[in-house]
Design a protein around this ligand. Structure first.
Ligand SMILES: C[S@@+](CC[C@H](N)C(=O)[O-])C[C@H]1O[C@@H](n2cnc3c(N)ncnc32)[C@H](O)[C@@H]1O
Length: 213
């Protein structure tokens, strides 16, 4: 796979994320991944969750064939052809994700801090419309928390993001939580992850399962 676009970070975090998905999810279901990037997460999670059908999506149309090629080389039968999806599209219906399709899992890693803040609202509103009633939205990445000291690594990462694009930057969890609540989603689980990242589990308000003790 050396010839395909490759993210070292995705290679490092795919196993810890998969372990969390395995502890969270039932054996079977339908997943929609937002911002699949190189497709490394899509193929790792589809391989680790063989009872799931995985629908990768990407904003950069040129990456869709890369994701498809990765799935083809791994001979995965449960990865659907990647589709283009911009979370800012109204209702996500101009993308070829059928308007009436819903998902038991919507997964999105490392989008919120490397995209305009409006993408948070787009992700939350779109996910709220596309989740099955007991389904989970899982977001992964760095967040700023009011009551948790920010690591030096995340402080520098945030400064670098903001310097390269004034619309980017690590998001305050409280701001994300407010936008999620406006869309009808509540935070069900906050899971600390390696390298000062968080895996957050969101569910439709009214279906939020209490975090395990
Ligand atoms: C840092 S990469 C993360 C890729 C992958 N999820 C990972 O963790 O390795 C950010 C991704 O967000 C995508 N993106 C940017 N703007 C977007 C938008 N409006 N809608 C959906 N995805 C978007 C980019 O195309 C890119 O693939």
């Amino acid at each position: 796979m050396d010839d395909l676009p490759f993210s070292p970070a995705a290679e490092r975090n795919r196993q810890p994320i998969l372990a969390q998905l395995l502890s969270l999810l039932p054996a079977e279901g339908r997943a929609l991944e937002v911002a699949s990037g190189s497709g490394q997460h899509a193929v790792a999670f589809a391989a680790g969750l063989p009872g799931w059908t995985w629908q990768p999506t990407e904003f950069e149309a040129a990456l869709c064939p890369v994701i498809d090629e990765r799935a083809r080389r791994m001979r995965l039968g449960n990865v659907l052809p990647a589709r283009r999806l911009d979370v800012l599209e109204a209702d996500w219906t101009t993308s070829p994700v059928p308007p009436d399709s819903t998902f038991d899992l919507i997964f999105c890693a490392n989008l919120l801090h490397i995209a305009p803040w409006a993408c948070c609202q787009g992700l939350m509103q779109g996910a709220a419309r596309r989740l099955t009633p007991g389904g989970h939205l899982v977001t992964y990445g760095p967040y700023l928390e009011d009551d948790v000291p920010t690591s030096e690594g995340n402080r520098q990462f945030d400064a670098g993001l903001r310097a390269s694009n004034s619309g980017w930057g690590i998001r305050r969890l409280e701001d994300v939580r407010r936008v999620a609540a406006q869309a009808g989603l509540g935070l069900a689980r906050r899971q600390p992850m390696p390298a000062n990242n968080l895996l957050l589990v969101w569910q439709l308000i009214g279906h939020v399962e209490p975090e395990p003790a």
